[in-house]
Design a protein around this ligand. Structure first.
Ligand SMILES: [Ca+2]
Ligand SMILES: [Ca+2]
Length: 203
């Protein structure tokens, strides 16, 4: 009986710790919006130089909330693809629920998201645009099947050396607040990926 009570207490303690740990992360974007593109769009997405991409909401395959972002793509050699959410994008309604300036960035060590992989071996870039307009990159591979949490520590992002916007500060510093995150399947690959549950990781 005493042992039973102890185990119950230990279990409750562990459950409390898990809840606290989970609630420490900040849900930045659950990707729950009705997906649309263009100037009034909710997702800033597109492709060029022969690559193509189609983005929709997925309610059958999802990790949290009611939907995930479904990305059907064909990334050809020399082409590019982008699927972005945040502020200051061409798509005016692609903002996160939280304003970048309202987030206490110093409390977080990185950003995470869930990727539904197909073990295609595709390379995927996860880019951030910083407060100075500079683009930073974290590379990952679709080398698993099903949902997996991808944790990207801020200190593991590298500044993109292949391209930067003309108005980027190019100071080599990751300047907060971060304004945009962007998923980019890289050439040469083709398939369907799902993204969900973008969070900031508590220090
Ligand atoms: Ca979701
Ligand atoms: Ca910068």
């Amino acid at each position: 009986m005493k042992k039973g009570l102890f185990l119950l207490a230990a279990g409750l303690f562990l459950a409390t710790q898990v809840c606290l740990a989970a609630s420490d992360n900040l849900l930045l974007d659950d990707l729950e919006m009705a997906v649309s593109n263009g100037a009034q769009g909710t997702v800033d997405f597109g492709a060029g130089n022969g690559s193509s991409v189609e983005v929709t909401g997925s309610t059958d395959i999802k990790n949290s909330g009611n939907q995930a972002l479904k990305v059907v793509y064909d990334a050809v050699a020399g082409g590019y693809i982008y699927v972005a959410r945040g502020t200051g994008l061409d798509a005016k309604n692609a903002n996160w629920a939280l304003k970048p300036a309202d987030i206490k960035w110093a409390e977080y060590s990185g950003i995470s998201f869930y990727l539904y992989g197909t073990d295609s071996k595709a390379q995927i870039a996860f880019d951030l645009k910083d407060n100075g307009g500079e683009i930073w990159r974290y590379l990952l591979s679709d080398d698993f099947k099903g949902w997996k949490k991808i944790v990207c520590s801020f200190d593991k992002f590298v500044v993109r050396d292949d391209w930067q916007p003309n108005d980027a500060d190019k100071n080599g510093q990751l300047d907060f607040p971060i304004k945009v995150f962007q998923f980019e399947p890289l050439p040469v690959s083709k398939g369907t990926l799902y993204f969900d549950t973008v969070e900031l990781v508590k220090k």
